[in-house]
Each structure stands twice: as C-alpha cells, then as structure tokens.
Design a protein around this ligand. Structure first.
Ligand SMILES: [Zn+2]
Length: 283
C-alpha cells in the first residue's frame, strides 16, 4: 500500500467556546488549517465513522497542526488544547507516528507523520460531534486554491456575466438575492471552438441537453469539489474519464440556453456554487 489512512478520531474536539447550545461554531473556531503542507501529493480527506475525518496520505507524510494551542502526547495521540485565537478549540490526532510536536504549537507546525496504518480524528463542540471531514476538506481545498494548482479553463475570454445575484429571471432561484435569482457561474465569452481545459482534476460526467447548460461536462474530484463547463460545442472526454487539470475536455460553443459562444464555468463545494474568481484568476 502506498497510501496510509490517518483518521481523525475522537480527535478533533471543539469545546466550550461557542456557548451552551453546542450547535454553533463561531469566529476562528469554524476554520481549521490544512493538516498537510500545501502541494503535498496524494492527499485526501474522507468521512470516517461518527463524524470523524480520515486523512489519506502516503506513509511518512508530515502532519501539521490545524489549530494553535498546548500540545499533549499520549501514545500515538496528540491533543491540542486551543489558546490565543483558538481558545476553546480542542483537536485530537489519533495514530500518528514519529511524533515531534513542541509543547505549544501554532497552526501549520509539525506534529508527526502519517503511519503505514490507520489513524483517526473526531470533532466535538460541547459534546456535539462536528463534521471534521468537511472542515478539513475545506482547509485542504482552500490551500489548493491558494497554491495555484487551478488552471484557467479558457484563455482570451471576456467576462459577460459575473457570478452572483442577477436580474435575469431565467437564472436559478435564490431567495437571498434581492432579485430572487442567482447566476451560479461566470460567463466567459470566447470564439466558437476555443479549447476548454479542466480547471481541476476529476471524474468526467458528460451531459447532453438541448436546454439549460446544453452540452456540458461536470468534473467531480470525489471530495465534494465539482467544476462545470457548459454550452460546449463538442466534448473531448468520455463519461467516466479520469481527467487531469489542464486537459482539454471540449470546445466552447453556444448549446442550450445561450445567446452566443461562451463558457459558463461553475465551481461547487458540496453542491454549493461559489464565485470561481475566488479559485482561479479570470478571465
Ligand atoms: Zn452563465
């Protein structure tokens, strides 16, 4: 096995700071730093049992503190009791090997390494389990975005419609918008036939529709991140293909609900659309 599983067991314990309800995570406590260095290869965060997170990474990968505080070592477990900005946040890392943590750690400090066996981590706030996997995935995704691993899906484009609330009634409903409608992606006008590249890696889903998105491709990274490429003239991938960032997946067109050649590009995390310009420089 080239990959070992580091799970976050009983591990990510978030307690006290948000008050008695135990349901809300406030302020700094709702963010965790990435558990591995930006750009570390072969890293995945998966859901473990009972809201724990599984960190899958090659054995020997250095594990970093996702929060700041006082560190205590018990066997293969490290507990970090939050202090400073992380007061109230308690995180436990189970099953580490080669533990080298200092007594007081800051976010990003080295704790130990991923072993050639399972480790586990869990999160609790006032005794209520948190979705540690989701929090850690967000941290890893954010670090990837900042690392510049994203690829611009088309070159030479002109933005004809930004992401966000829109007066156009044909766009999807969003009650939080004054107009009641949201544009869930960004429109990048390009000449017909312009190559469209995968902004991030993923498994391709090819969908042919005569309305809406028209001929479009969704790339699913399997970790909650999807990118979508709509109104294509043609596709260069098959359904189920494993696509790398930068691969040409098709040619820009004007299929579906479109008034001219453009790429409608979308980024979703756990199904929720976000402004693609947060992830990749556009146009
Ligand atoms: Zn659009």
């Amino acid at each position: 096995m080239m990959r070992a599983i580091a799970a976050v067991t009983g591990g990510l314990v978030v307690a006290g700071a948000a008050g008695a309800s135990g349901t809300a995570v406030q302020g700094m406590h709702d963010t965790l730093s990435p558990p591995v260095a930006t750009g570390t290869a072969g890293v995945r965060i998966e859901d473990g049992p009972e809201h724990s997170a599984l960190l899958l990474a090659p054995a020997g990968t250095v594990v970093l503190a996702v929060s700041s505080g006082a560190a205590a070592v018990e066997g293969a477990q490290v507990r970090v009791h939050g202090s400073g900005d992380d007061t109230g946040l308690d995180v436990e890392y189970g099953g580490l090997t080669d533990i080298t943590t200092a007594a007081v750690v800051h976010r990003g400090d080295r704790l130990g390494r991923v072993p050639p066996a399972d480790v586990s981590i869990r999160a609790r706030l006032d005794g209520t389990p948190l979705d540690a996997a989701s929090l850690l995935r967000g941290a890893v995704d954010a670090s990837l975005a900042l690392s510049g691993d994203w690829v611009r899906p088309v070159d030479g484009a002109v933005v004809t419609q930004q992401f966000g609330c829109t007066p156009y009634g044909f766009e999807p409903l969003d009650p939080s918008c004054p107009s009641g409608h949201i544009h869930t992606g960004i429109d990048l006008a390009v000449p017909l036939g312009t190559p469209v590249r995968a902004a991030m890696p993923g498994i391709a889903h090819v969908i042919a529709s005569t309305t809406g998105y028209g001929l479009h491709v969704v790339l699913d990274d399997g970790d909650g991140l999807t990118t979508l490429y709509a109104h294509l003239e043609s596709v260069a991938v098959l359904d189920g293909d494993d696509v790398d960032a930068g691969d040409v997946i098709g040619a820009a067109g004007s299929t579906g609900n479109s008034t001219g050649p453009h790429l409608h590009f979308e980024v979703r995390r756990d199904g929720i659309p976000e402004d693609p310009t947060l992830d990749v420089a556009l146009p």
